[in-house]
Design a protein around this ligand. Structure first.
Ligand SMILES: [Zn+2]
Ligand SMILES: [Zn+2]
Length: 274
């Protein structure tokens, strides 16, 4: 493995500036590689790294290991933790390296004459012992075949947005094959460009005999769901194509609206009123 200073210089150049995160990330990557028996990570083709943060240190881990999203050797777990798991897919050794929370507070103990707390961290992280900076946990982890670089799988189409989905990231919902954003909400293209959060509505069916309390239950559910941040619409099923009244005082649809439904519809086999 090349020297710390050499790796730090290269990493800071790729990252765009020299910061405490670079020092931490370079040391984290050097430690992780060493723990899984990889001396020269770049181009070795047996190292996979799962990073749990999208911070400065992530760039350093990428710079030192040569792992990248595009090569499928860098995996991003959006946990917001300053940690990375290094996997030697051949042996297979794996360790999770976590930056210790107390390292930050310890920095002034190692560097007393720094001009700022950030500067103290930057300098201290260079010289602090590894066990003061990180905790290392061996983990049992076999990378699934479909997560390995070079894996080829069928591409399927999302039943809602029509876009292609690779690497078995599709999910099945009520018998439909959907992409993750269509099924669970997420960033989806819309008329105004990428960025609007869209979700398929969740459907709740209330079925029961006459006068058992369906509407009473719905009247309680609507405010409860609204309080939890859902926008609730209701569809009342009607057995006749010719309802006597819709949305007038006392009817079920009226009660739904009184309970706070943002839209109310009445549907029967051949007729829909909104
Ligand atoms: Zn930075
Ligand atoms: Zn979709």
């Amino acid at each position: 493995m090349r020297s710390f200073d050499e790796l730090l210089q290269e990493s800071s150049a790729i990252h765009g500036h020299h910061c405490a995160g670079q020092v931490l990330g370079v040391r984290m990557a050097m430690l992780g590689c060493r723990e899984v028996g990889i001396d020269e990570p770049k181009g070795c083709k047996k190292l996979i790294v799962y990073v749990e943060m999208d911070r400065c240190a992530t760039d350093a881990v990428q710079a030192v290991t040569g792992c990248s999203l595009g090569k499928r050797t860098l995996k991003f777990l959006d946990y917001g933790k300053m940690a990375a798991t290094f996997v030697n897919t051949e042996t297979p050794q794996a360790v999770r390296v976590l930056a210790r929370d107390d390292a930050r507070a310890l920095a002034p103990v190692y560097v007393q004459d720094a001009t700022s707390p950030r500067e103290a961290q930057k300098q201290a992280y260079r010289i602090m012992p590894e066990d003061a900076l990180f905790s290392v946990t061996p983990v049992s982890l076999r990378v699934p075949a479909q997560e390995m670089p070079g894996y080829r799988g069928d591409r399927v189409q999302c039943g809602a947005c029509g876009e292609g989905i690779n690497y078995h990231r599709e999910v099945r919902v009520n018998g439909r094959t959907l992409c993750i954003p269509c099924a669970q909400g997420g960033l989806l293209p819309n008329g105004n460009g990428i960025g609007k959060m869209e979700t398929l509505p969740k459907v709740l069916l209330i079925v029961g005999y006459k006068k058992v309390g369906k509407t009473t239950l719905i009247e309680k559910l609507i405010p409860e769901l609204s309080n939890r941040g859902y926008r609730v619409g209701t569809v009342k099923h009607h057995h006749s194509d010719f309802p006597a009244s819709f949305d007038t005082a006392g009817t079920d649809t009226w009660r739904h609206r009184q309970a706070g439904a943002s839209s109310v519809a009445l549907a029967s086999q051949n007729l829909t009123l909104r």
